[in-house]
Design a protein around this ligand. Structure first.
Ligand code: CTP
Ligand code: CA
Length: 225
């Protein structure tokens, strides 16, 4: 079936994708994480490879197998994901940030399991680096795509992220409702760029990823690349 989608639209183009959640250790047995199965990021990396791209996926912890024909780099924390992306970014033409990166991590991670003693416990958190924003800053020439998961005000917030991070495209989805985002097999996306807004109807994440890659390829080549 994959051959049908072997469009060649991204022949020889180098695509770097992040996927899955990140996991920020509190102690050796506990951590902070985001809700993300990794399905969307893995599907985007696989769709890029199908379209002929040389695809690399930097993935946080998931239970999914490495996608076919995609070089997959496994990481755990946001800082590890940041380092892995920065090590690959100079060799990429397109970056797609699908990962649900933890915005904060514990200031320190306890070397031993925290025992249940205190009645109240406060976690001190510090901001993680913004991988996507750093990619756009370090490689202003790259075609940079972000995802935005929002519970409300989707288009305006997506447009705000497009501008704030200096992106070329934001794929936005409403989360917290049936058939969209998180662990679901289907998703709906709103594509927001400087030329306007395109709605991609609800579809299986595999199908949606192929359509997204097609939309990205068209825009990438329209820039004369
Ligand atoms: N992202 C990233 N590094 C981070 C946080 C987010 O690369 N530390 C990327 C995500 O992979 C996604 C995009 O930024 O492509 C938007 O993530 P989102 O969580 O929606 O936005 P934030 O900028 O983190 O803002 P907020 O969570 O406050 O909405
Ligand atoms: Ca965030």
């Amino acid at each position: 079936a994959a051959e049908i989608f072997a469009t060649g639209e991204l022949d020889g183009v180098r695509v770097l994708v992040t996927g899955g959640p990140t996991w920020e250790a509190i102690d050796p047995v506990r951590g902070l994480t985001n809700r993300s199965s990794g399905k969307m990021g893995y599907a985007v990396a696989a769709a890029a490879a199908e379209a002929g791209a040389r695809a690399v996926l930097v993935s946080g912890p998931t239970t999914l197998p490495d996608p076919d024909r995609v070089r997959t780099v496994r990481v755990v924390s946001a800082r590890e994901m940041h380092d892995a992306v920065m090590a690959e970014i100079d060799a990429a033409d397109i970056f797609v940030g699908v990962a649900a990166v933890a915005d904060y991590r514990p200031v320190e991670s306890a070397p031993r399991k925290i025992k249940k003693e205190a009645e109240r416990l406060t976690l001190d958190l510090v901001r993680n680096p913004d991988i996507l924003a750093d990619v756009a800053k370090r490689r202003p020439d790259i075609y940079a795509v972000g995802f935005a998961a929002e519970t409300e005000d989707l288009e305006a917030r997506a447009r705000a992220k497009l501008e704030a991070k200096g992106l070329d495209l934001v794929a936005a989805n409403l989360v917290g409702r049936p058939g969209s985002g998180f662990e679901a097999d289907t998703n709906t996306l709103l594509l927001v760029d400087r030329r306007g807004t395109t709605e991609l109807a609800q579809a299986h994440k595999t199908a949606l990823a192929r359509i997204l890659i097609h939309e990205i390829a068209q825009r990438y080549h329209a820039q004369g690349r």
